[in-house]
Design a protein. Structure first.
Length: 550
C-alpha cells in the first residue's frame, strides 16, 4: 500500500525570532518519539538561492548538509533534534523555487502555457514538499515557513499550504507560533496581537489548529479561553511556551500540554504509544542540567572574526560549534564556559598573555584577510605554551601556515586566499576552484558536503573516532598544497587524515609527546555533532582541556 504522507506547517504570528525553528524541531521530535517517521523542511522567503552567499554576521551560520547544500541554521537544529541527515530537497527559498520554474519554462515543460506566479510558484513549492516527504519516506513532514503572516514575502508559501489543505484536509495541520507581550506598565499578558495574527492567517485561508503561546511566562487558563474564543479553536489547542532555560527542554515542555495527541488527532493518525519515546532525550536534558548545576568548568576561548555586531549575532554565526562543544562537555561532565575573542585584538603581542587562563583554544572556519595575523599569533601561542588547540577549516590552514613559518622556517609560507603571489603557497586554491572564481561562479561552488577520509594508525584522530575511515562535511576552496606535503611533514606535525587517494590533507596533528592536544581539520565536524551522539573530536578536545586545567 502506498504510504500516506501527512504535513504540518509551522507559521509565525506577531513577530519573528520567537522560536519557530525550535518549535518545528520540537514538534518533529515529539512525533518521532511516538514511533512515526518524521522529516523537517524549511522555507526561507528570501531571493538568494541558498544561504551560502550571505554574510554570517547578518544571517547567522551557513549550515552545510551532507549533500553539500548551504542552508539556514535552522536545518542544523532539525538534524540535531531528530538525529537524522536531511536532504537538499528539505530546504527551499523563493530564489530556488523561481529558478526551477524558470528553468522548466525554458525547457518547455509547461507545454506552451502562460506561466504565472499563481498557481505555478505554489505548485512548484508543493511538488518540492511532496518529493521531500517521499524521499524521506516520512509519515509526517513538518514544514517551517519563514517570516510571519501578513508579510508580502511568504504569501505564496502560505498559499501553497492552503492549497495542500484544500486538496486533503485530513493530511495537513497548521501550527502558529505567536507572541504574547506583557507590557511592563500594563503588567498583564496581552492576547490582542495574536487575535490579529490569527485573522491575518484566516485571510490567507489558514486556520491554525494549534497556537503556540510564546511569552516570558506561562499563559493562564483565562487567556487560553480568550484566545480560543477569538481564534476559533479550543482552549486545549493553545499551548503554553514560556521562555525556557534550554532549547532542549522544549519538546518536554510541549508534551506537558499534550501537543503530540492534539496534532496526531488532527491528522487522523493513531495515537501511537505514549510519550516514553522521549526517554533518551529526557536523560540528555537531565544530564546537562546536572552538569550545569555542578562546579566543574572548562574555559574555552573561541577566536574568530564574525563578532562585530554584538553578542546576539556572534552566537548565531557559530551555533553548530557552540552546540558541539556543549554536547561533548556534558558528556565529559564539565560545564562549558565559552569566551569570545576577536582575532583583531591579538595583532598586539601584549594581548597574548591573557590566553594562558583558558583551558582550550578553538579557531573556527573563516574567509578572507581580516584578523589573520592575530589568529596566527594565537595558534603559535597555543602551540608553544601547550594549550589544547582545535582548528577547524581556516583554523587548520592557518595552523599549517604557522607551523611552516615558525618551526620549519619557511618564512614566506602563506595561503593563496591572502597572497596568491607568496613565495611558499603552502595553502593553495584547489585547481577546479580557480576556474570557478575566474568565471565569477561563487554560489554553491566551493568543495561542499560529505567526503570520506582515511585515518593514520596510532593517530589522535584514529583513536578518537575508533575507526579508520570517516565521512565529514566540507566547505572550502583552498587546501594544503600537494606540492608541499613532504616538506610540511619534516617536523612533528603530521597529516593523520587524508582523502582515500591520499591527495587531499584532511587532518593535521602534533603527537601527544610534544603537545597535549594540537589537532586541526579541513572539514566541519560541528555539523555532525548531536545531543545524543557527541562528536569524538570535540570530546577529545574537551578532555584535553580539562586535563590542562588540572
Ligand atoms: N577560507 C578557507 C577556504 O575557503 C576556509 C573556509 C572555511 O573555513 N570554511 O578554504
Amino acid at each position: 500500500m502506498k504510504k500516506k504522507h501527512k504535513y504540518i506547517f509551522v507559521i509565525g504570528g506577531v513577530i519573528s525570532g520567537v522560536g519557530k525553528g525550535i518549535t518545528t524541531s520540537s514538534i518533529a521530535k515529539i512525533i518521532q518519539a511516538r514511533g512515526l517517521k518524521v522529516t523537517a523542511l524549511k522555507i526561507d522567503p528570501y531571493v538568494n538561492v541558498d544561504a551560502g552567499t550571505m554574510n554570517p554576521t547578518e544571517h547567522g551560520e551557513v549550515f552545510v548538509l551532507a549533500d553539500g547544500d548551504e542552508t539556514d541554521q535552522d536545518m542544523g537544529n532539525y538534524e540535531r533534534f531528530l538525529g537524522v541527515t536531511l536532504d537538499r530537497l528539505n530546504y527551499m527559498t523563493t530564489g530556488r523555487v523561481y529558478q526551477s520554474v524558470i528553468e522548466n519554462e525554458r525547457n518547455l515543460a509547461y507545454k506552451g502555457k502562460c506561466v504565472q506566479v499563481v498557481p505555478h510558484i505554489p505548485l512548484e513549492t508543493i511538488g518540492r514538499i511532496k518529493n521531500a516527504a517521499k524521499k524521506a519516506d516520512a509519515d509526517v513532514t513538518v514544514i517551517e515557513v519563514g517570516g510571519t503572516v501578513g508579510e508580502y514575502e511568504n504569501i505564496l508559501f502560505l498559499e501553497s499550504a492552503r492549497m495542500m489543505k484544500i486538496e486533503n484536509p485530513d493530511d495537513v495541520a497548521f501550527i502558529m507560533v505567536s507572541y504574547l507581550p506583557t507590557p511592563a506598565k500594563v503588567g498583564e499578558m496581552k492576547t490582542k496581537p495574536t487575535q490579529h495574527a490569527t485573522r491575518l492567517a484566516n485571510q490567507a485561508g489558514i486556520q491554525p489548529d494549534v497556537i503556540i503561546a510564546r511569552s516570558e511566562l506561562p499563559i493562564d487558563q483565562k487567556r487560553k479561553e480568550k484566545l480560543a474564543l477569538f481564534c476559533n479553536i479550543a482552549p486545549e489547542q493553545v499551548v503554553s511556551a514560556p521562555d525556557a532555560d534550554s532549547i532542549y527542554d522544549i519538546p518536554l515542555n510541549f508534551e506537558k500540554d499534550n501537543i503530540g495527541d492534539i496534532v496526531l488527532d488532527r491528522l487522523k493518525l493513531k495515537k501511537t504509544k505514549s510519550k516514553t519515546g522521549l526517554k533518551s532525550w529526557e536523560d540528555f536534558v537531565k544530564r546537562s542540567k546536572k552538569v550545569l548545576a555542578g562546579k566543574k568548568e572548562v574555559h574555552i576561548a573561541i577566536v574568530g572574526k564574525y563578532f562585530d555586531t554584538g553578542d546576539f549575532v556572534l552566537s548565531d554565526a557559530y551555533i553548530s560549534i557552540i552546540e558541539a562543544l556543549k554536547f561533548s562537555a556534558y558528556d565529559v561532565g564539565v560545564k562549558p564556559v565559552l569566551h569570545w575573542l576577536s582575532s583583531k585584538e591579538f595583532d598586539k603581542p601584549s594581548s597574548l598573555k591573557k590566553l594562558s587562563k583558558y583551558d582550550g583554544i578553538l579557531i573556527p572556519g573563516g574567509f578572507g584577510e581580516t584578523g589573520i595575523d592575530g589568529k596566527l599569533k594565537v595558534i603559535q601561542y597555543a602551540r608553544e605554551k601547550k594549550i589544547p588547540y582545535f582548528g577547524i577549516c581556516y583554523g587548520m590552514q592557518l595552523a599549517v601556515i604557522e607551523y611552516a613559518r615558525n618551526v620549519l622556517k619557511m618564512k614566506d609560507a602563506n595561503t593563496a586566499e591572502i597572497d596568491s603571489e607568496a613565495k611558499e603557497l603552502v595553502i593553495d586554491i584547489m585547481p577546479d576552484q580557480k576556474e570557478k572564481l575566474k568565471d565569477k561562479n561563487y554560489g554553491g561552488s566551493m568543495r561542499l558536503g560529505s567526503y570520506p577520509a582515511k585515518l593514520e594508525k596510532g593517530s589522535i584522530a584514529r583513536k578518537a573516532y575508533g575507526t579508520d575511515t570517516i565521512s565529514e562535511r566540507h566547505r572550502h576552496r583552498y587546501e594544503v598544497n600537494p606540492e608541499y606535503i613532504e616538506k610540511l611533514s619534516l617536523g612533528d606535525l603530521k597529516f593523520s587524515g587524508t582523502s582515500p587517494d591520499g591527495k587531499l590533507m584532511e587532518i593535521a596533528e602534533l603527537p601527544t609527546k610534544v603537545h597535549p592536544f594540537f589537532l586541526a581539520v579541513q572539514f566541519h565536524p560541528e555539523f555532525q555533532a548531536r545531543p545524543l551522539a557527541p562528536h569524538p573530536l570535540f570530546t577529545e578536545f574537551i578532555k584535553a582541556s580539562v586535563k590542562k586545567k588540572k
